[in-house]
Design a protein around this ligand. Structure first.
Ligand code: GDP
Length: 139
């Protein structure tokens, strides 16, 4: 069944000019871009997005990093899009990411790991609507 997931190209990747390379990997993996925009997150928006991690020791660092520069958010669609994109991203820690994954190729460290992808249907629904309304999902 066709599924949607939210992708974020994070500040470390945008800053290093990797938007095009990452979008090519996304597209080559058969994930279709339904909606996309480049935005600068505010502190409140980043805290809201990562609210599930509020109690984690790295929360403040994560928020500071996510607002350190613009990000590219997009809605991706495919059969099993959530799992497909998680596989393409690779492990959270790039040292553990498999060859051929986005994080293996581009991530700098466990925090500045270049991309975000929703991890379950429930989070995908919340995350896509956090950034896009129905009318913006044009693809
Ligand atoms: P993901 O689903 O693979 O993105 O990983 P998580 O949901 O566990 O963590 C969310 C984000 O928090 C990660 O993508 C990293 O940017 C950051 N992060 C995760 N673990 C750590 C950590 O141990 N230290 C720091 N500084 N950041 C982390």
């Amino acid at each position: 069944m066709s599924q949607l997931t939210l992708s974020i190209i994070k500040p470390d990747a945008v800053q290093r000019g990797l938007i095009g390379d990452i979008l090519k990997m996304i597209s080559d993996a058969g994930l279709k871009i339904k909606a996309m925009k480049m935005i600068q997150l505010t502190k409140e928006q980043a805290e809201g997005f990562y609210a599930v991690h509020k109690e984690r020791p790295f929360f403040n660092d994560l928020v500071a990093y996510m607002i350190s520069g613009p990000v590219v958010v997009s809605v991706l669609e495919a059969e099993g899009a959530i799992e497909k994109y998680r596989k393409l991203m690779g492990a959270t820690n790039p040292e553990q990411a498999e060859e051929g994954t986005i994080r293996k190729r581009f991530a700098l460290n466990i925090e500045a790991n270049s991309v975000h992808g929703s991890d379950a249907p429930e989070t995908a629904a919340v995350e896509t609507s956090y950034f896009f309304n129905q009318l913006e999902q044009v693809g």
